[in-house]
Design a protein around this ligand. Structure first.
Ligand code: SF4
Length: 64
């Protein structure tokens, strides 16, 4: 099976920060504090990452 990667749709991201709260190993807020980004673009899709995606109100954390 092809490896899947985490993607954040930064256009949709509203900077709520809940992904960072759920999974600070993978997600962080950028210096403006308005958009989330990935600490490691090749981070594994762990259960916590899936949980962060589920909690994202904007549904802008995707797996591709
Ligand atoms: S949970 Fe979603 S909307 Fe909130 S900061 Fe993270 S990516 Fe952005």
């Amino acid at each position: 099976m092809a490896r899947r990667f985490i993607i954040i749709d930064v256009y949709e991201c509203n900077g709520c920060g809940s992904c960072v709260e759920v999974c600070p190993e993978v997600f962080a807020m950028d210096e403006t504090g308005e958009k989330a980004y990935l600490l490691d673009s090749e981070a594994e899709i762990t259960e916590k990452v899936e949980e962060a995606a589920a909690y994202c109100a904007q549904k802008c954390i995707e797996f591709e």
